[in-house]
Design a protein around this ligand. Structure first.
Ligand SMILES: Nc1ncnc2c1ncn2[C@@H]1O[C@H](COP(=O)(O)OP(=O)(O)OP(=O)(O)O)[C@@H](O)[C@H]1O
Length: 308
């Protein structure tokens, strides 16, 4: 498979931008399966980059290689010019934070405590002390608490600081994950499917939050299946297919790329995505309801009602 940068290579880095992430030739093999093959990906300061691709394309595996959870079989990952160690806490300490596809909060800790745990790489106290919340931790962490409250204000969760994480609605749990990731003061935030399972309103709020994160000086790399979200948010999009980078370029170029359409998107993405489909569904429902009213006697029940 040949990788193409649809906007042309090499790309000149816009003035004032610096390298944040530089992944080169990353390959990850699990026994006989090559989940990621020779992938290069850069993220510059001030950028929001999207990583898309079909299920099983290797996106999360690639994230795991970036964050030290996996040791790539080949290749290397550098953050701000320094090659990263293969230890996740050291990667976080270096400046890369992440959220996970499945929410990983401390369910029985409060919202504030969850963010404080996220600060452990920026304090002397360490994770164990943070979890045990002993007197030393309390004393040393007053500054952290202030910062954590700032992050809760930033993510709109300040009013729920004392709520248990498990009692938050789903969309707010996702926000809390982002707040906790930001607590390590990252230069790069990796988001793995941040809008999965969200309502349209929650997705839109997540978009605003990611833009605000960038405004605050943190670059973002995001995996997502919601193409509307990706194409409306990202400066650049890379497409993984069967472990290889198929295409990389602007959202417009990637959406229009025939290989991406064939391998992943299916149909070209135009106008207000989702609206046309929603209108079609409404129309079909109206037709079906009319047919039932006219053609049936008795209960008038919609036989497909259970599907909605
Ligand atoms: N720890 C592992 N051991 C063996 N195989 C794995 C492991 N992790 C992932 N894989 C395999 O690697 C391939 C890529 O999986 P990965 O989860 O990275 O894809 P993905 O693009 O993130 O998919 P999705 O969009 O469904 O989350 C899949 O075939 C998966 O089964």
């Amino acid at each position: 498979m040949t990788t193409t940068t649809t906007t042309g290579t090499p790309q000149a880095q816009p003035a004032g931008r610096t390298d944040v992430l530089r992944a080169s030739g990353v390959t990850m093999r699990f026994g006989g399966l090559t989940a990621v093959r020779n992938v290069d990906l850069d993220v510059d300061s001030g950028e929001i980059v999207g990583l898309i691709g079909p299920n099983g394309a290797g996106k999360t595996t690639f994230f795991n290689c970036l964050t030290g959870l996996y040791i790539p079989t080949e290749g290397q990952v550098a953050y701000k010019g320094k090659v990263l160690p293969h230890r996740s806490h050291l990667v976080t300490k270096a400046g890369i934070a992440r959220t996970f596809q499945n929410i990983r909060l401390f369910a029985n800790m409060t919202v504030l405590e969850n963010v404080l745990v996220g600060r452990h790489t920026r304090t002397k106290e360490g994770l164990l002390s943070a979890l045990l919340r002993g007197p030393g931790f309390r004393k040393a962490e007053r500054g952290s608490e202030e910062r954590a409250m700032e992050l809760l204000e930033f993510t709109g969760l300040a009013g729920k600081r004392e709520h248990l994480a498990r009692n938050l609605p789903y969309g707010e749990q996702r926000k809390l994950e982002i707040a906790r990731a930001l607590a390590s003061e990252p230069g790069l935030l990796l988001l793995d499917e941040p809008t999965a399972g969200m309502t349209a309103g929650e997705t839109s709020a997540t978009r605003d939050l990611v833009l605000a994160v960038r405004e605050q000086g943190t670059a973002v790399l995001v995996i997502e299946h919601d193409m509307r979200f990706i194409f409306n948010l990202c400066d650049r999009v890379a497409v993984l297919v069967q472990g290889e980078k198929l295409v990389e370029g602007s959202p417009e170029a990637v959406q229009a790329d025939e290989r991406v359409v064939a391998a992943y998107l299916g149909t070209p993405f135009e106008g207000e995505p989702g609206e046309a489909e929603a209108a079609e569904v409404r129309e079909a429902e109206t037709r079906e309801a009319a047919a039932h009213d006219g053609g049936q006697t008795g209960t008038g029940e919609n036989p497909k009602g259970e599907q909605h």
